[in-house]
Write a protein that binds this ligand. Sequence first.
Ligand code: GRF
Length: 231
Amino acid sequence: MPSSLAFARRKNRSLPVLQRFGTVLISGVMKKRIGVLLSGRGSNFEALADSIDAGRLPNAEIAIVLSNREGAPGIEKARTRGLTTQVIPSKGLEREPYDRLVVAALREKKVELVCLAGYMRLLSPHFVAAFPQHILNIHPSLLPAFPGLESQRQAIEHGAKFAGCTVHFVDENLDAGPIVMQACVPIEDADTPEVLSERILRQEHRIYTEAVRIVLEGRYRMDGRRVLIQP
Ligand code: GRF
């Protein structure tokens, strides 16, 4: 028996303490380990971290916050919260060799669910295959409308009356995987991309937590591309 486990048992015999995948299981609650990938500001990462702190994701913990960009503000925010962070600069590397480094870093931390949160890279087939149906992304439009960059500006310029956000499973294609959850907001006549982005962002922070919870609980089933959420 590992000495730390023996110590824990001696210290409090009433607590069942088990070890698996490097996670400590206390009182029967196994925490699922999330890896957050970001390239920028990190407000969606913060929303997830806040939800964990507030008990809205009771079975989750953030195992690592990883960025392809040195100096990404989200990484600084994660450090301030005392979370494990890692920067793997992507500059100069081809997609797949880079993704192999990232997948290795996530595996090293025993990550079970990958949450992209403003991660500005397409994933290679190697990455997608490493976490089957366990990679989520949040996108600021009602997919499949307005994938890619500046979705809020695209929606306004197109003349759409509603915009929103989407949490979806990630595949190799841009903003294209099966949709887990969406939220809708109106587009007002006076909206600028910045004003609309703020309105959408409030919904992003709300639904990302909800979607992560459903996926971690396995409370859905697939019907082709459809993600059917169970009550
Ligand atoms: C969000 O709008 C998200 O939907 C998109 O990139 C933005 C990231 O913002 N994928 P933040 O870094 O989470 O604040």
